[in-house]
Design a binder for this molecule. Structure first.
Ligand SMILES: [Zn+2]
Length: 380
């Protein structure tokens, strides 16, 4: 997920929102004003806006609950981002035990259910003392939607929270985290297809536009579960091997403004075996990658004139990873991108391409060259 627009920091956790949240906010305000707040309420649109904003804040509370519990177990929290289909708490690592996994996952739905229960109780109280019907209606909706959110998120398939709970349970049961993640992702994929089918039939058979939403969520689950299954499979082979164990460290790095001839000379000089050259900005920041194979696209007679930038991989296709990251977590992205810059605190320390990833898989399959699954899988 892209970081989105930064909105600030809560208790040291960065908060961001994707632009798609604006679409959700507009749809919510409209829906609340037209379908929830009773017709004839004087401040109808104001109430609807307050309801929509409170709903987004309750989503934030759900994600922050995940983030705080993860942090309490020593897991780094990168940021919390709100987007079209809800929120994500991006964690910089994995919960260290099944118990940490379970509590981190359960915290979000627990926060939603708690918020829903609280707002629902207040709504009943306000109704009893004769508060304006519009306020009570919006609060009832907030209560219902939060309880529904808690229940939906507890469906037992990854990447939903219920899938994480299932993963924690399987992990505790047989002691293999990666196998547990694969199982939870498998259920997630089935769940996604079911929601997709349900949404599509709602739309096609019953003519309900809401079916599009359900189908969209189903499609998102199918693809996210696929990514999770891929990472779990990678981990079963690569275990905890870090990026640094597979990267090329003899690397050529040239200014992005230099010519193909200069870049070729740099490869021969610095890394004759290298398959790629890193590009850096005038300020020395790593910014791109050129495959040595692509040098052939420029005839030798023109190499002294053509800027190397012209044969570089598109900058958005180059992955940037950290040497300490788990190879299993980035293998998919590196294979899709074709190559990655390995950057540590702004300094280029290595390159990683498909061939490096493939070799790491071969070594992993042979059971050599990696520390192996030494992490303590048990939990006390
Ligand atoms: Zn959640």
């Amino acid at each position: 997920m892209r970081p989105g627009v930064p909105l600030g920091t809560i208790a040291g956790i960065k908060i961001g929102a994707n632009w798609s949240v604006l679409v959700v906010a507009v749809l919510l305000v409209q829906m609340l004003a037209l379908a929830v707040v009773p017709a004839g309420t004087p401040v109808r649109w104001l109430l609807a806006t307050a309801g929509a904003v409170t709903f987004l804040l309750s989503l934030l509370a759900h994600e922050l609950a995940h983030a705080f519990v993860a942090r309490a177990f020593g897991v780094r929290v990168e940021r919390v981002t709100l987007w079209l289909l809800g929120g994500v708490a991006e964690l910089g690592g994995e919960p260290p035990s099944p118990r940490a996994d379970l509590l981190t996952a359960a915290a979000g739905p627990a926060a939603s259910a708690l918020f829903g229960g609280l707002v629902g109780t207040i709504a009943v109280g306000l109704d009893a003392i004769g508060a304006p019907a519009g306020v009570v209606a919006v609060m009832r909706w907030l209560a219902a939607v939060n309880v529904l959110l808690a229940a939906f998120n507890l469906l037992p398939g990854a990447p939903l929270d219920g899938g994480r709970v299932l993963r924690a349970a399987l992990w505790r049961w047989h002691g293999d985290r990666d196998r547990a993640a694969l199982g939870a992702a498998g259920v997630g994929r089935v769940l996604g297809w079911c929601l997709l089918a349900l949404g599509a039939s709602e739309l096609l058979v019953a003519g309900l536009i809401g079916g599009i939403w359900l189908a969209l969520i189903g499609w998102f689950l199918v693809s996210a579960a696929g990514v999770e299954a891929g990472i779990a499979r990678n981990r079963m082979v690569l275990h905890d091997a870090p990026v640094s164990s597979a990267m090329q460290t003899r690397i050529a790095c040239v200014d992005a403004d230099c010519t193909v001839a200069e870049a070729a000379a740099a490869v021969i000089e610095a890394a004759p075996e290298g398959r790629a050259v890193a590009l850096r900005t005038a300020g020395g920041r790593p910014e791109g990658l050129v495959r040595v194979a692509d040098f052939a696209r420029v005839p030798p007679s023109q190499r002294a004139d053509v800027p190397v930038r012209r044969i570089a991989m598109p900058s958005n296709a180059v992955a940037v990873v950290a040497p300490a990251q788990r190879l299993a977590d980035v293998a998919g992205a590196v294979s899709r991108a074709g190559g990655a810059l390995v950057v540590d605190n702004g300094v280029l320390v290595g390159l990683l391409d498909r061939a490096d990833v493939a070799r790491a898989f071969e070594r992993g399959a042979l059971g050599s060259g990696h520390p192996g699954p030494g992490a303590d899988a048990g939990d006390s």
